[in-house]
Design a protein around this ligand. Structure first.
Ligand code: ZN
Length: 435
């Protein structure tokens, strides 16, 4: 029996929305939240349990990164200041064609896990080659992950055809489905790299297996124009004709959506993974998040890969999402702090079909949690805890992180892995990529 009582100064459970609890405690047994109750009551009821005092801390649900390519952390800063297609075709794809291997993916994903844990993230939704190596990295770090069975219509070291990508992905899912920390999605790369036939196959598999589909959509204006030229309609309309726009769709980026496309997404109950830093860095544009939210489209937040961000820091991403929505809409009340926090937690869990297990602090859910220390100068004074989480806190405030009840970051030190060893491996890869 693994029991612990957490005694933070504040708890922001995310459900109910916008609430901050003081003088409350959280009881966790075998990785499950068993009670959220007033501190005095908890100290009586659980008096024999070991406890952790967090006197200046706020406890939140672990952040959920709704879109990343974790292995690309080994390409952090490799090719900056380039537009998407030039960045992909002249830098990223050539480097990947030479270096991507199971070892590259495992080492890169472990480095990414360290970046994410240290900034309060407990679950990430990943899309990359050799997904079994990403799964292995997540399990070795004890992080929760959603692993894409990816597909793309060009050969790589991983697979030769879209069918082979899918076969290999399905085999990985079959062999790892029993792992409680792992979940799976389909990850067709984008409309411009996937044929109708492959999309039809993925639509059938997604419906049969009830598995989400995670795909880059309408990232740039050029992609939309090229799609119209090649297929006679905009990519989202094509995906809708192929049966993919539904409540299992996670549309990544969604920068260039028209009013009718926003309406379609809302009507079909599809989800958006908003990646504001990546969209700005590659000059793709600004996603219409206020409009999507107004239409009641479920929006989560992702960092994208470290090659286009260049961090996997969900606190920074949440802040940027809240600020950008205001600047883009001319409305300072757009994406208020509590909404940004929901996007980085419960909304992402909903998009992944995991809202019954993670995304908020509620009895019965898994104990995926982050504690932020607000005793530091940069977070003093504190008038409003949720405001601080979004507009003032940064990764240096994240002191403790638990996944499934296991303490993975204690006083900012990773407990399962040597950070120095991860850094040394990253340096080795740098020497191989750019000798
Ligand atoms: Zn991406």
């Amino acid at each position: 029996m693994n029991e612990v009582l957490l005694l933070p100064r504040w708890i922001v459970p995310v459900r109910p929305h916008g609430v901050t609890l003081t003088d409350h405690a959280l009881a966790v047994r075998d990785g499950e939240i068993v009670a959220l109750l007033p501190k005095a009551e908890a100290l009586r009821e659980y008096s024999l349990w070991p406890s952790i005092d967090l006197p200046d801390h706020v406890l939140i649900p672990g952040l959920i990164n709704l879109h990343t390519h974790s292995a690309m952390s080994l390409m952090r800063g490799l090719a900056d200041d380039q537009p998407l297609m030039k960045w992909l075709s002249e830098h990223i794809w050539p480097a990947e064609s030479v270096h991507v291997s199971p070892e590259f993916v495992r080492d890169g994903a472990q480095l990414a896990c360290a970046d994410m844990l240290k900034s309060g993230t407990t679950c990430f939704n990943d899309m990359y080659f050799f997904p079994e190596a990403t799964a292995e990295a997540a399990l070795s770090m004890r992080m929760r992950a959603c692993i894409a069975m990816m597909a793309i219509e060009f050969p790589s070291a991983y697979a030769k055809s879209a069918d082979e990508y899918l076969e290999k992905g399905l085999a990985t899912r079959d062999s790892l489905r029993h792992e409680p920390l792992l979940n799976f999605t389909f990850g067709p790369h984008a409309p411009y790299t996937i044929s109708d036939r492959t999309f039809e196959r993925i639509a059938r598999l997604s419906a049969d297996l009830d598995v989400p589909v995670h795909i880059h959509i309408h990232e740039t204006a050029g992609e939309v124009a090229d799609g119209v030229k090649a297929h006679g309609r905009r990519p989202l309309a094509r995906l809708n004709d192929l049966g993919l726009v539904n409540s299992r769709l996670i549309s990544v980026h969604s920068v260039h959506f028209s009013a009718t496309e926003i309406e379609l997404m809302a009507r079909q109950g599809a989800h958006v993974a908003h990646c504001p830093a990546s969209n700005l860095k590659l000059a793709s544009g600004i996603a219409p998040i206020s409009e999507l939210s107004r239409a009641a489209v479920n929006v989560g937040i992702g960092t994208d890969g470290a090659a286009s961000n260049n961090r996997l820091d969900m606190l920074a991403e949440m802040r940027l999402a809240a600020l950008l929505a205001k600047g883009a809409s001319g409305d300072a009340s757009a994406v208020p702090a509590a909404d940004a926090l929901a996007m980085a937690t419960i909304n992402a869990a909903t998009a992944l079909g995991l809202s019954d297990r993670i995304g908020s602090i509620e009895p019965g859910k898994r104990a995926d949690l982050a504690a932020l220390d607000f005793s530091r100068a940069e977070t003093a004074p504190c008038f409003d805890v949720i405001s601080h989480l979004v507009y003032a806190a940064a990764s240096e405030n994240v002191s403790h992180v638990w996944v499934d009840g296991e303490l993975l970051l204690a006083d900012r030190v990773l407990t399962r892995v040597s950070e120095q060893a991860l850094i040394a491996k990253a340096q080795e890869w740098k020497a191989r990529i750019q000798p």
